[in-house]
Design a protein around this ligand. Structure first.
Ligand SMILES: [Zn+2]
Length: 312
């Protein structure tokens, strides 16, 4: 590993160079090098709820606290624009698998917060979790930067989702019992700022629920650079240690940390193999279609973890 500080590097105008979002230090070592600049496509199309544009960016590790993040990265405006403009039919097509995953997620939340109450899903996409929570007896809200997804949820799921960023929604102080971030914290331009804003709108003792791809997991270690969660859309890479620190720095106590299981259709999982191995996809896809497995739900553990923080 080579050590750099941001000001020593030759800078590319399309990118911004950032200090550590966890401890503020501007002192890091490169863990994964970026693809050569000429080979890279830097466009807002890389940013959407279901984007799986494989990582071409540089991943660094903070020398002070060990936090892993993409640095430098495309400017925040481009990232937010990408999410605002996103049209995600592949995301919406996975509604049944997502509903099943969210039912289990809600049950996990109710274990930690049995009294129910007012819940907000940040980056709610088309609102499948909001719908699940509403049916479970919660007063459920959702906010989503993609106008297309929020509108799809409002029209097709009968919800009242807000389109825009969390900050733009400007919810009142001490308003929510629970705020959820399903596959979201690693995508937001400023993870610490998002957790601070959630802290403001949570009631004292309220919960923030975060699931994240765990780069400290054995799967991440075994697959290294080929780990499937190393994506351009994932700006931050948490471990159980750094998520705990991140929660603590922003006013929470971590009260739950566990494996997070997901459900998806087999056909969709096979589709996700394609960017990694066209050869494998060509073998698997006809097989799955022939056996009629494409629409079958599977439960799988793909190195995701769930952390719950309680507002102090
Ligand atoms: Zn740090």
């Amino acid at each position: 590993m080579t050590t750099h500080t941001a000001n020593e590097e030759k800078r590319d105008e399309r990118f911004e160079y950032l200090p550590c979002n966890l401890c503020g230090a501007d002192d890091y070592a490169v863990v994964y090098h970026a693809a050569p600049p000429d080979a890279r496509k830097v466009t807002s199309d890389n940013y959407s709820a279901a984007s799986f544009h494989i990582l071409e960016d540089q991943v660094v590790k903070c020398n002070k606290c060990g936090f892993l993040y993409i640095n430098p990265r495309p400017k925040s405006e481009m990232i937010v624009k990408g999410y605002s403009d996103a049209v995600d039919e592949t995301y919406v097509s996975q509604s049944e698998g997502r509903l099943a995953t969210f039912k289990e997620g809600l049950a996990r939340i109710e274990k930690a917060y049995p009294q129910k109450g007012r819940i907000l899903d940040v980056g709610c996409a088309a609102g499948f979790f909001v719908k699940t929570a509403k049916e479970g007896g919660w007063d459920a809200y959702g906010v989503e930067p993609s106008r297309w997804l929020a509108e799809w949820g409002n029209n097709n799921l009968g919800l009242n989702l807000k389109s825009g960023t969390l900050e733009e929604a400007a919810y009142p102080n001490n308003y929510f019992d629970v705020v959820t971030l399903w596959d979201v914290l690693e995508h937001v331009p400023d993870a610490a700022a998002t957790l601070k804003e959630i802290h403001r709108i949570l009631k004292p003792g309220g919960l923030v629920v975060v699931n994240y791809p765990n780069i400290g997991s054995n799967l991440a270690k075994v697959f290294g650079r080929k780990w499937w969660f190393l994506l351009s859309v994932h700006l931050y890479y948490f471990t159980p240690h750094t998520i705990k620190k991140m929660l603590e720095h922003n006013g929470y106590e971590m009260v739950v940390h566990k494996h997070h299981y997901q459900k998806l259709k087999i056909g969709y999982l096979v589709f996700r193999v394609k960017p990694y191995s066209k050869a494998l996809f060509k073998v698997l896809n006809p097989l799955v279609q022939k056996l009629g497995l494409a629409d079958k739900d599977v439960t799988y553990y793909a190195s995701q973890s769930l952390a719950i923080g309680k507002k102090k």
